[in-house]
Design a protein around this ligand. Structure first.
Ligand SMILES: NC(=O)c1ccc[n+]([C@@H]2O[C@H](COP(=O)([O-])OP(=O)(O)OC[C@H]3O[C@@H](n4cnc5c(N)ncnc54)[C@H](O)[C@@H]3O)[C@@H](O)[C@H]2O)c1
Length: 677
């Protein structure tokens, strides 16, 4: 039927009719493991037709077998042939073609997400988190680029799971790009149906900033990790409010996309960190960047170094090349004292390669994943159960363990350990160990509105970044709260700590007012020509952007942790207020069906229109979440909202909860239930 239409002539924005040469792939670049092939014959046919939708019919004969081969071999059609040759990286904005600043700016961001330096599996368009993709395949990448080059101030580009649906007329105050990723219909919102949709080429797992085009390399997470371990130390190890982690030992795993921030953060906190990593290529990346101090595969050597540094109160990070379970067995057997304990394997996709089970090397795991998924699954379950037993022993010996938002506790539960659930039955009431958000980030940061604000200097000039760092520092009053002092110190030392990987970007935790102040200041600097244009954004892992009961909303206790209203409202509100890009995803950080998360991008062009957007959108982006947290009766949010209502009287107003007396509730419920019998 379709042959009857002259589709090619009906489009001006499309892929060329010329077949690109197959590009050469460099050896030594990390490659994604096969995701396995599990489609029926009918689904396979649809998957093939779906991929071929992007290319003119005359190329189908040639491409159909090639795409099928990819699907059977890798469990995905990446359309490798369409990857542009050579290095992809976020170039200075002036080097991109486009009809509006935003169109060029988003090309910088997409390319930075695919840079060999920042991306986990750049050839498979995976930025981080094992499966988090910018878009599904290179056909979409090419077409997205073409659309962004054509985009004007009076249009909005709609992107659905990596697919550019088209340009639709809008207005300058509307978002230039609206992205959704993996939003499954409820009854199909599960791993199995998701996997089929992804293989058929209709769903993209965007993680958080991968599919929201706002990833800035591991720096994006260093500040949060630094805040988390430092606050954990102060809360649980009796360290003074202005003290650091000197002499304390932190054991964890993972040197990947986000987890790779751990050694850097532990060194900035002046502590000692030992981080297990099975994949040597990731250790090498962090070594080359200077983000990890030493490496060894010999546990005796690892702990000799760690003990010596801790004894002298010196900062040190050591990568152990091996499995975290082996490392913990050694720690337990040798009675080594651990202060802080966590894990950052990609347990949100434990059975898809995110968690390497004990007993196989990283390379063996890759083969097993492709050849015998059932066996792999069994090994993962056994390993997780052993992992849990070791953690339990170390906690009994005084270590403070926290889940690092990687769905580790959930994975242990899924592996059959029911006792890890607080109610011993299901996950609804959480787990016996805290998650870092529940105990640390939630109450101490998110509830006030502090979250991972970030920016990219689109000119690509280091001097622009230096100027923005300085300006941001001037916007912070270090004496207001301890959090402000930590943030002030962070930005003061940011250049010294050499955090940039990829584009000239910076992360800085700030609350609603801080983000607004800094954004207005930067916009003003752009207007004066002191710096080039700037992209503002944030991680989805923030105050308002994410509803995720085991992570971002783990400290919501009014029963609404099963709802996704906050993230959805955040997204809609940001669109209404004219952020340049808005994104809404399913499953960011924890896996499909377990979260709804979103983010934004705002291009600072120095205009008054942008200043107006900053004033309304930046406050909304944070205060929407603080308002919800306050409604859930979180004390620090209630205090923040009371201040807001006073300060912004006449401009905005937030509903506050009347707090019921605990004793009254206990008495009334007990009596009522007794009478009911
Ligand atoms: N850092 C944060 O602030 C943060 C916040 C929220 C969630 N997370 C979660 O942390 C997890 C890690 O994120 P990432 O981007 O680093 O993922 P990643 O997949 O890039 O890195 C995980 C690393 O763990 C290694 N690994 C797997 N199993 C191992 C084992 N048994 N022993 C030792 N090493 C092993 C892998 O080789 C990989 O390098 C994700 O689930 C993510 O959602 C991190």
């Amino acid at each position: 039927m379709a042959k009857a239409f002259n589709v090619s002539q009906a489009m001006t924005i499309k892929l060329d009719g010329v077949l690109p040469e197959r590009p050469e792939f460099l050896p030594g670049i990390r490659r994604a493991p096969s995701r396995g092939f599990r489609l029926t014959k009918a689904q396979t046919e649809v998957a093939l037709k779906n991929a071929l939708r992007y290319v003119p019919s005359e190329l189908h004969e040639r491409l159909a077998p090639e795409f099928l081969d990819e699907l059977l071999t890798y469990g995905r059609i990446y359309a490798y042939r369409y990857r542009p040759t050579g290095r992809i990286y976020g170039r200075p904005i002036d080097e991109y073609a486009g009809k509006c600043l935003e169109g060029k700016a988003f090309q910088v961001m997409i390319d930075n997400n695919l840079d060999f330096e920042t991306a986990l599996y750049p050839y498979e368009l995976v930025t981080y988190g094992e499966t988090g993709q910018v878009c599904q395949n290179w056909l979409q990448y090419r077409l997205l680029k073409k659309y962004l080059q054509e985009l004007t101030q009076n249009q909005t580009l709609v992107v659905e799971s990596g697919h550019p649906l088209g340009l639709f007329p809008s207005r300058p105050n509307a978002p230039r790009v609206i992205i959704t990723n993996a939003l499954m219909v409820g009854m199909f919102d599960n791993q199995r149906d998701w996997e089929i949709a992804e293989q058929m080429g209709v769903a993209n797992y965007g993680q958080m900033t991968a599919g929201g085009w706002m990833y800035i390399g591991p720096q994006g997470i260093v500040h949060g990790t630094f805040n988390t371990i430092l606050t954990a130390g102060r809360q649980k190890l009796g360290i003074a409010p202005d003290g650091d982690l000197s002499g304390k030992l932190f054991i964890t795993s993972g040197l990947g996309g986000m987890s790779g921030a751990q050694p850097k953060a532990v060194e900035i906190s002046n502590g000692v960190g030992v981080i297990a990593e099975v994949d040597y290529s990731r250790i090498k990346t962090r070594l080359d960047q200077g983000w990890v101090g030493r490496v060894s595969g010999d546990l005796a050597e690892v702990f000799a170094w760690a003990g010596e540094a801790a004894g002298q109160g010196k900062a040190l990070s050591v990568a152990y090349h091996g499995n975290i379970v082996d490392l913990l067995e050694y720690v337990v057997a040798n009675n080594i004292h651990v202060d802080l304990l966590s894990d950052q394997t990609s347990c949100h996709v434990a059975y898809d390669g995110g968690y390497c089970p004990q007993g196989v090397t990283f390379e063996e795991r890759t083969v097993l994943l492709a050849t015998d998924k059932a066996k792999f699954r069994g090994m993962v379950d056994r390993s997780l159960r052993r992992h849990y037993e070791l953690i339990k022993t170390l906690v009994e010996r005084g270590a403070y363990f926290f889940d690092y938002g990687n769905a580790f506790l959930k994975a242990v539960f899924d592996a059959g350990v029911k006792e890890i659930a607080k109610n011993g039955v299901d996950e609804k009431d959480g787990f016996i160990f805290p998650s870092y958000v529940e105990d640390i980030m939630g109450p101490e940061l998110f509830d006030y509105g502090y979250g991972p604000f970030r920016w990219v200097c689109l000119s690509g000039k280091p001097e622009d970044l230096e100027k923005t760092d300085k300006a941001a520092m001037e916007c912070i009053d270090p004496d207001r709260r301890p959090q402000d002092r930590d943030n002030y110190v962070w930005i003061r030392d940011a250049q010294k700590n050499k955090l940039v990987v990829g584009t000239q970007a910076r992360i800085l935790y700030q609350d609603a007012e801080g983000r607004t102040r800094i954004a207005l200041r930067f916009n003003d600097m752009v207007a004066r020509g002191e710096i080039g244009p700037v992209m503002l954004g944030r991680d989805h892992h923030d105050v308002s952007g994410t509803d995720s009961p085991f992570r971002e909303t783990a400290n919501i206790k009014d029963g609404s942790n099963v709802m996704a209203d906050m993230a959805t409202q955040c997204f809609a509100g940001n669109a209404a207020r004219g952020m340049s890009l808005v994104a809404l995803h399913n499953g960011g950080g924890v896996g499909i069906g377990k979260a709804i998360n979103g983010g934004f991008g705002l291009v600072l062009d120095g205009s008054q229109r942008t200043a107006a957007t900053i004033r309304s959108a930046m406050m909304w982006d944070v205060m929407g979440g603080v308002a919800r947290r306050s409604w859930a009766r979180n004390g620090n949010s209630i205090a923040t909202v009371i201040e807001y209502n006073k300060k912004y009287a006449g401009e905005g107003h937030i509903t506050l909860p009347f707090l019921a007396d605990e004793e009254l509730i206990g008495r009334v419920v007990a009596e009522g239930l007794r009478k009911r019998g």
